[in-house]
Design a protein around this ligand. Sequence first.
Ligand code: FAD
Length: 244
Amino acid sequence: MTFVKGKVIDRRDWADGLWSLTVEAAVEPHEPGQFLNIGLEIAGEPVRRAYSLASAPGAPIELYLVVVAGGALTPALFRLAPGDAIDIDPRPHGYFVPSELPAARDLWLIGTGTGLAPYLAMLRHGAVLARFERVILVHGVRLVEQLGYRDELEALAAARPGFRYLPALSRERRDGLVHGRVTAALASGALERAAGVAFAPEASHVMLCGNPAMIAEMQQLLAARGLKKHRRREPGQITIEKYW
Ligand code: FAD
């Protein structure tokens, strides 16, 4: 892999250890949902990790990041400010992209924490909104302050009747927002009630992104509703991207 140098041009802090970086770099075009390998040299050694692109194709690279305590890379990324350099593999990767999805009426985009990032790229690009009758974005976080991009997503929901934005808070209650982990909200039926849409194998496709424990539990819950993992050779209704 040959890395190129990128330059941080903007930084936005959302909550403690949760932030976005905008980076200028000569990278190849990406499909919404893909990721880039990004890194820094730390103590003389390159440290690289995968990060989903939150930006639409053609826009400056935007990353949505969280500090992992004791992590090798994120504490160093957190110290970056506009003007700083960053190493980027210019080739985007990944199959967590709408073009891999089979036909469906409803698309559920379910993510925890920074697992929102690929959905931002898809929604900003607009292709999923044009293709699916209903798009339901479920963003699971602990506290309301961790709902990055909330204003943008609420504005999109107000402008596009087919798009629903459902934040879910696991550690606090707020009027109008789903309470509990996304897994519990699915199991209790709260997600479907809030969306006004039911999961159905003949009508739904579900994308799951972020915490691997959430993804495993969601797959089990959805299997009980007749939904199974999508494969090119064996079409199904669930597409996943595990962050670790
Ligand atoms: P490491 O030293 O690599 O890991 C420390 C430990 O933390 C490991 O055990 C790891 O399993 C665990 N861990 C990793 N991520 C998390 C987390 N978020 N919460 C809790 N524990 C974690 N991260 C983002 O913030 N934004 C993204 O858009 C993003 N996109 C990704 C896309 C893909 C395809 C993949 C595979 C991962 C993505 N990640 C993303 C995770 C990212 O690649 C790193 O794993 C993460 O930033 C931690 O790196 P680190 O070097 O600081 O920690």
